[in-house]
Design a protein around this ligand. Structure first.
Ligand SMILES: Nc1ncnc2c1ncn2[C@@H]1O[C@H](COP(=O)(O)OP(=O)(O)OP(=O)(O)O)[C@@H](O)[C@H]1O
Ligand SMILES: [Mg+2]
Length: 506
């Protein structure tokens, strides 16, 4: 008898239905798996055999052929254990033939028949819903993740034996329900109120957060660059539900969800070390997993000690920074992951760290300083809307008892500016000013005649590129939004241009 069970593969971020067909022949006992399975799928044979025996069923004493269709999709990992085992039990008439109609089945088996965690369940449950499945069987520990998808029954399964009891109608396993009224995370380790002085840097970070702009901080050692960047999550606007779902899906496929509560409620803040590899940053591997640029999607990618990253690694960032997605080529075609992140970078102006410092003397030769700064190429720098100097804080400011504005107050202003943007870009893919394309820029960023004069002068004096011109306009739009002004005034434009001014040491 032939059994057919529906399961799922993940390609990039999307699920693809995989039909698991099981046929029992008459020759000697062995299991053959065909249909482009990888090594982990082949290992399924031993797990399925033991799990069936240890769950109180009879071992099948004939040849079992398992076909995973469509053959064009490469199957990886242990997710097919459970559908294969159930297929074997149906094909050997140990389970009713129609017991899995309308269901998708996912899960890795232990030798004793209990179920183990599989990656990417969110994408798979989402596909099951789209394809009109009535229910999806998932390992119990993955049920909270799958249940984020509404309008489909998520059945949490502890073991093969337990699921069979349910399929025989002897027990009932109720669908897993979660509370979808998800509150954003509001607890942060560093608050802006504890950072003394640095008012203009804080302002720049506020503008960056309000419009999702890239930002670079340059300053002497100990000036507070790392501290300021690490306080950034506390002012980022909270994520809306579909952003939470989108980001959680990426983390699910990268297998980076926290185990207890498999949900990313806080905007990502990724701070990879400068020794990170090319694949670690953009994603890759035999079966491509999302890299840091995708794990930072809808959030911040913080690159501290910016020039220490290898130049090859920095240059590959240019494509995702422009396209907001990253494409990974591999033998069987290419894959695209989302990568709409906000870059926050920090660096010293020179190897000793003190070039341009008013107090400490810089010991670097000027050629050394130039070589150091050249590590950040022109095209990369051109994509950074806000470039600011972080000065050292004076004793008077540091010893100041009064604390500054809280992160919550700043975040409220930022969220108001984001609200204006979401209304502006309703029904489009654009979420923040930094995402605007050229057509949006001409529509939403008109200048007054005074503004045009300032811009014309700036273009020639500062040698702005066409890209920089657009980026300045988008930044001015954000500054106007923070001020709740409908039109971009010359003061907004002037502030935006000031963030582009070459720093004395750059
Ligand atoms: N404005 C500030 N208010 C309060 N504390 C500060 C401030 N600036 C710096 N500090 C203190 O100094 C420490 C060092 O700052 P931080 O590590 O951010 O410097 P940095 O600019 O990143 O230096 P480096 O270039 O060496 O990486 C902080 O951990 C904090 O304790
Ligand atoms: Mg630092």
């Amino acid at each position: 008898m032939l059994a057919q069970i529906s399961s799922c593969a993940v390609v990039g971020l999307d699920g693809v239905v995989v039909e698991v067909e099981v046929d029992i022949g008459s020759s000697l006992p062995r299991i053959i798996i065909v249909g482009l399975p990888d090594a982990a799928v082949q290992e399924s044979r031993e797990r399925v055999r033991s799990a069936i025996r240890n769950s109180g069923f009879q071992s099948v004493r004939h040849k079992i052929t398992v076909n995973l269709a469509p053959a064009s999709v490469r199957k990886e990992g242990p997710v097919y254990d459970l559908p294969i085992a159930l297929g074997v039990l149906i094909a050997s008439r140990q389970l009713p033939p129609d017991c899995l109609d309308g269901a998708m089945v996912l899960g890795e088996l232990s030798l004793d028949g209990s179920l183990r965690h599989v990656t990417g369940v969110l994408a798979m449950a989402s596909l099951a819903r789209e394809e009109g499945f009535k229910r999806v069987y998932v390992p119990a520990m993955d049920a909270p993740e799958a249940a984020l998808i509404p309008d489909i029954e998520v059945i949490p399964v502890e073991s093969l034996a337990q699921q069979c009891e349910m399929l025989f109608g002897r027990i009932n396993i109720p669908p897993f329900e979660i509370n979808r009224d998800i509150k954003p995370e509001t607890h942060f380790p560093t608050d802006f109120k504890d950072i003394k002085g640095q008012e203009h840097v804080k302002r720049a970070l506020e503008v960056a957060a309000a419009g999702f702009h890239n930002l670079l901080m340059v300053g002497s050692p100990g000036a507070g660059k790392t501290l300021l960047a690490r306080a950034m999550p506390s002012i980022l606007p909270s994520m809306v539900f579909d952003e939470i779902l989108e980001v959680t899906r990426i983390y699910s496929i990268a297998d980076q969800l926290p185990p207890r509560e498999p949900l990313i409620r806080q905007r990502p803040f990724r701070a990879p070390h400068h020794t990170i590899s090319h694949a670690g940053l953009v994603g890759g591997g035999n079966w491509p997993r999302p890299g840091e640029v995708s794990l930072a999607h809808r959030g911040v990618l913080f690159l501290d000690e910016f020039p220490e990253f290898s130049s090859r690694v920095l240059e590959v960032m240019r494509q995702p920074m422009e396209d907001k997605t990253v494409t990974i080529s591999r033998a069987a075609g290419s894959l695209t992951f989302p990568a709409n992140f906000q870059l926050i970078a920090a660096m010293n102006p020179c190897p000793c760290g003190y070039a341009g410092d008013p107090v400490k003397h810089c010991s670097c030769a000027s050629s050394t300083i130039t070589r150091y700064q050249k590590r950040i190429s022109g095209p990369l720098l051109d994509r950074i809307d806000i470039q600011i100097r972080v000065p050292r804080v004076e004793y008077e400011q540091l010893s100041e008892k009064r604390s500054g504005e809280t992160s919550e107050t700043i975040r409220t202003r930022i969220e108001a500016a984001r609200q204006i943007q979401s209304e502006r870009f309703i029904d489009t893919d654009v979420r923040a000013n930094a995402d605007m394309g050229p057509a949006d820029v001409s529509k939403y960023c008109p200048l007054t005649s005074d503004g045009e004069k300032i811009m014309r002068a700036a273009m020639s004096q500062m040698g702005l590129t066409a890209r920089a011109y657009h980026r300045v306009l988008k930044l001015s739009r954000t500054i106007a939004d923070l001020a709740r002004e409908e039109n971009i005034a010359p003061t907004h434009l002037a502030e935006a241009l000031q963030y582009r001014t070459k720093m004395d040491v750059m």
